[in-house]
Ligand binder design. Sequence first.
Ligand SMILES: CNC(=O)[C@@H](NC(=O)[C@H](CC(C)C)CN(O)C=O)C(C)(C)C
Ligand SMILES: [Ca+2]
Ligand SMILES: [Zn+2]
Ligand SMILES: [Zn+2]
Length: 164
Amino acid sequence: EEYSHIQGTRWNKNVITYRYLIGRYTRDLPRNTVDSLVESAFSIWARASSLTFVRSHTRSADIMVEFVTSEHGDLYPFDGPRGTLAHAFGPGLGVGGDTHFDDDEHWTAGETGFNLFVVAAHEFGHALGLKHSRNPASLMYPTYRSPRANLISSEDVANINALY
Ligand SMILES: CNC(=O)[C@@H](NC(=O)[C@H](CC(C)C)CN(O)C=O)C(C)(C)C
Ligand SMILES: [Ca+2]
Ligand SMILES: [Zn+2]
Ligand SMILES: [Zn+2]
């Protein structure tokens, strides 16, 4: 789900930085696989818009990416295996844009478990300010669906370009 009621509606810049909280990677996948799946999820939005995403190694990144379980320091504890898979805060300072993945899930790069690329693409939509869509073809549909060819719909492209 998205918590944009806490944050603003959009970033006031086109270059958006992200970083991982070191030590908060999942053990389901090699680190470089996590890095490339996350990079691919960002590139979906970069290709659809005028936004660019830069990985940062300093404290000041816009979007902090981490894998956490249960109670993890915000008001939205995760719920163990299945159920909620991840959440992201809408654009803004501090927690704004931060994206948390439930590490009680089995994260994969394929068809089994939950595909990290698919979930990250959805979450980064929220981190950019998008809300859920009732259109099942949309990346912002609130229920997980396994990876498919064209993940992003024309509605998603229209929505991100209406915002930026
Ligand atoms: C398998 N479990 C689900 O399909 C669950 N949905 C999610 O975990 C959403 C993320 C998916 C769409 C990647 C939560 N969300 O909206 C985050 O921004 C439930 C539908 C059970 C809530
Ligand atoms: Ca869960
Ligand atoms: Zn969502
Ligand atoms: Zn959280």
